[in-house]
Design a protein around this ligand. Structure first.
Ligand code: CA
Length: 227
């Protein structure tokens, strides 16, 4: 389990790092908001502990910008006493939970455990050999898709997109996130490309493409795969 701790108070960094490491976590520390944002983008963390009052970039902005980049890592915000309104703001900007300073380390650990338990990362179904939904059966290793026992012809990108949606099912993915995750940074497609491929997948796999059951649109946000 990898934790990113974005915090500028030396004392708290030492206390929390000691405790997290002793509980078996791998801890990376960032001491200002900008460094924290960059680390969160680059690293594959299971959890981010994010202080609000940080040099260079505050915790709210870090959280909002990470969510805009499609980073869904659970965020536990550490707010100072009396920042009640700010807590609400934090949650609106995509934080999963918050804790008011000063707090007991045991309380923090309880929140950490709770967040990790309900983290979508735990429900990721990587590299499954096969998957079925409705009348559709997919063999990932052979890259074969059948619907009602008839072979369905998917392009490589359609297949990659479908596989990504299935492996990360239940989660909402923005068009930008899908572009990065499926097409990659080097490609130069537009978000319209995502919509077109989604439409093709629905056409080929859904019972009623106009009212998709599995590949759903989440208005204003993007797409998600639901079984
Ligand atoms: Ca601080």
């Amino acid at each position: 389990m990898r934790v990113l701790l974005v915090e500028d108070e030396e004392g708290l960094i030492i206390t929390l790092t000691d405790r997290l490491v002793s509980e078996g976590f791998d801890v990376e520390v960032a001491k200002d908001g900008k460094e924290g944002f960059d680390a969160a983008l680059a690293g594959n963390f299971d959890l981010i502990l994010l202080d609000v009052m940080l040099p260079k970039k505050n915790g709210y902005d870090v959280c909002r910008d990470l969510r805009q980049k499609g980073i869904n890592t659970p965020v536990l915000m550490l707010t100072a006493k009396g920042e009640t309104i700010d807590k609400v703001l934090g949650l609106k900007l995509g934080a999963d939970d918050y804790l008011t300073k000063p707090f007991e380390v045991i309380e923090l650990m309880a929140r950490v455990e709770a967040l990790l338990r309900r983290s979508p990362n735990h429900e990721r179904h990587d590299a499954v050999g096969s998957f079925r939904f409705g009348e559709v059966a997919i063999d990932f290793k052979r890259a074969e898709v059948r619907k009602s026992d008839t072979a369905v012809d998917l392009s490589a990108m359609e297949f990659k997109l479908l596989q990504f949606l299935i492996e990360n099912r239940g989660l909402v993915h923005s068009r930008d996130h899908l572009l990065d995750a499926v097409w990659g940074y080097d490609a130069m497609p537009t978000t319209r490309t995502v919509d077109v491929h989604i439409a093709w997948l629905r056409q080929k796999l859904e019972e009623n493409p106009r009212h998709p059951h599995f590949i759903q649109t989440v208005h204003g946000l993007g797409y998600k795969f639901v079984v």
